[in-house]
Design a protein around this ligand. Structure first.
Ligand SMILES: Cc1cc2c(cc1C)[n+](S(=O)(=O)[O-])c1c(=O)[nH]c(=O)nc-1n2C[C@H](O)[C@H](O)[C@H](O)COP(=O)(O)O
Length: 501
């Protein structure tokens, strides 16, 4: 921030508090005041959430959702009003929150890290110790969360055909993804709002990925700024960029070319989210304040019940289509992959238009409910590509519901180059910070080595379709939350007289 600030007398809390309405709306973030009056109708999260903090300090609310450079990047300098003497700012009386009290007790009694023996253990702990809004955002899937459950359930329909008497004294789990040699064939996939779960945000995942030579896919909607996440990586550490395409292609071009300049080694264009899915747990949580304009047009008051997802996604371009792919190929030398492809026809289309790979994914079940799991689509795709001799034309990744090394092995047996893992690392980071992420990755490594040994594979290239039986894969049992449709409409125990009361 420029030095003339220092000369300018600091604003007081009283100065800011006078601007507490939509006619004049000043807000404090990180000890500096900003005039957001004109910005109110443009805020993707809607005007209500800003007005809630008009004249006050909004730092705590601002922090998990916005990268630190947001105001520098998107708010005209004339609206930067300078430093505030925070000693003069009345801190809001925190209303007593019994849930928060309970949560603190659960944190004091949570299991020690060594009691987590698999990736699902982190989910169990995170559910108990995370803030409600953070748990709601990370754990939610779309609609009835059928697809979110199917993502992991699908792996239970694939069984192994292990081979014996193979020399597996030395097991090598290393592999190559987009030209990068990795210790394990999985990457940390892009998941938004890392600071909801951990105050440091995505850089915790960066440090964990470095330790295990695992690739991190940087989300467009990270809480940390893109440059913070790049700077948190050490020399030689490989990162990819996940891109939500902005309606303003100039913004998109700038993001892509900056990422390439900073050394990103892959561009993953998310294609399954022209609009973010309806995640009801997220919508029910506190974020209902935060609603956003994406549901309504032209700055009308936001639809308050849309949760964090809506609040951060109004910039995404729903008109993105195959005709845009040549433009992307023209603005970067990075390999380009499409993330969120869900049928073999689109894989063939992707190959024909020259992209370098796809991620077969349904966004962790957060988009279209009843979309098939990545592993099921993989089982549909690979035989068709093999028939055409195209199985090596592009790299094929899958994600969704990967919780065990056996899930990774099944995907590689069917022909995937690697898999993306999302929630487990978010939960590990939220519950235990970097040690949690480190342990989660180590657990996967240990499982991988053991399971490859038991299936009779000494190295990744030994994994092949004959080692799995996928006959049950396309049978779907939709596990819905307890079916209460008929529960309250007619209750035979209460006769008409009761009703009449
Ligand atoms: C769990 C989670 C996933 C998100 C995610 C946020 C969370 C909390 N977000 S979202 O806010 O828009 O939905 C993104 C995102 O920014 N961009 C994206 O391409 N995928 C996003 N995904 C999907 C993610 O990249 C994987 O497809 C998904 O997480 C894989 O499933 P598992 O979580 O079961 O591993």
């Amino acid at each position: 921030h420029d030095s003339n600030d220092m000369q300018k007398a600091k604003l007081t809390g009283e100065d800011v508090a006078q601007h507490n309405s939509k006619d004049s709306c000043w807000v404090i973030v990180h000890g500096r005041a900003y005039d957001l009056t004109e910005f109110l109708p443009e805020h993707p999260g809607g005007s209500k959430i800003i007005l809630k903090y008009a004249g006050k300090d909004a730092t705590e609310e601002f922090e998990p959702i916005h990268p630190p450079d947001t105001l520098d990047k998107y708010l005209d300098k004339s609206k930067h009003l300078g430093e505030v003497d925070m000693n003069t700012v009345e801190q809001e009386e925190k209303e007593f929150d019994p849930d928060e009290e309970e949560r603190q007790k659960r944190i004091e009694t949570m299991p020690i890290l060594e009691q987590c023996y698999n990736l699902m253990d982190f989910e169990a702990v995170a559910r108990r110790v995370m803030k409600k809004t953070a748990w709601a955002y990370y754990s939610s899937g779309a609609d009835d969360e059928i697809t979110m459950r199917e993502n992991h359930n699908a792996y239970h329909k694939i069984w192994f055909r292990p081979r014996v008497l193979i020399d597996v004294e030395h097991v090598d789990t290393t592999s190559t993804m987009l030209g990068t040699k990795v210790d394990m064939p999985f990457y940390v996939t892009a998941t938004a709002l890392g600071k909801l779960g951990n105050p440091e945000g995505e850089v915790v995942l960066t440090r964990g990925a470095k330790k295990h030579n695992v690739i991190q896919m940087i989300p467009t909607l990270a809480s940390c700024s893109f440059d913070e996440i790049i700077d948190a990586a050490e020399d030689g550490q490989v990162q990819w960029l996940q891109l939500y395409v902005n309606k303003d292609r100039e913004v998109t071009k700038r993001i892509v070319q900056h990422a390439e300049k900073r050394g990103c080694k892959g561009l993953f264009i998310t294609v399954d989210a022209p609009q973010l899915g309806r995640r009801e747990k997220d919508m029910r949580s506190k974020f209902s304040d935060v609603g956003s304009n994406v549901q309504s047009t032209g700055g009308q008051d936001v639809d308050r019940s849309q949760g964090a997802a809506r609040a951060i996604s109004s910039f995404i371009d729903p008109s993105l289509s195959w005709k845009d792919i040549p433009w992307f190929l023209s603005i970067t030398k990075m390999p380009i992959l499409l993330k969120g492809v869900q049928c073999v026809e689109d894989v063939i289309r992707a190959i024909e238009c020259g992209v370098h790979g796809v991620v077969l994914s349904n966004h962790g079940g957060r988009q279209l409910d009843f979309a098939r799991s990545g592993i099921e689509v993989l089982a549909e795709v690979m035989p068709v590509l093999r028939e055409r001799g195209w199985q090596d034309r592009i790299e094929i990744y899958i994600d969704g519901g990967v919780r065990r090394a056996t899930d990774i092995i099944k995907a590689l047996c069917l022909g995937a180059t690697g898999v993306g893992i999302g929630r487990p690392f978010l939960y590990a980071m939220s519950a235990y910070g970097l040690p949690g992420v480190d342990r989660a990755m180590q657990l996967l490594k240990d499982e991988m080595e053991m399971n490859m040994r038991l299936i009779g594979a000494a190295k990744i290239s030994d994994l092949n379709p004959t080692l799995v039986d996928v006959r049950g894969l396309s049978m779907h049992t939709a596990m819905v939350p307890e079916d209460t449709l008929g529960r309250n409409v007619y209750d035979p125990l209460i006769g008409p007289k009761e009703k009449a009361k």
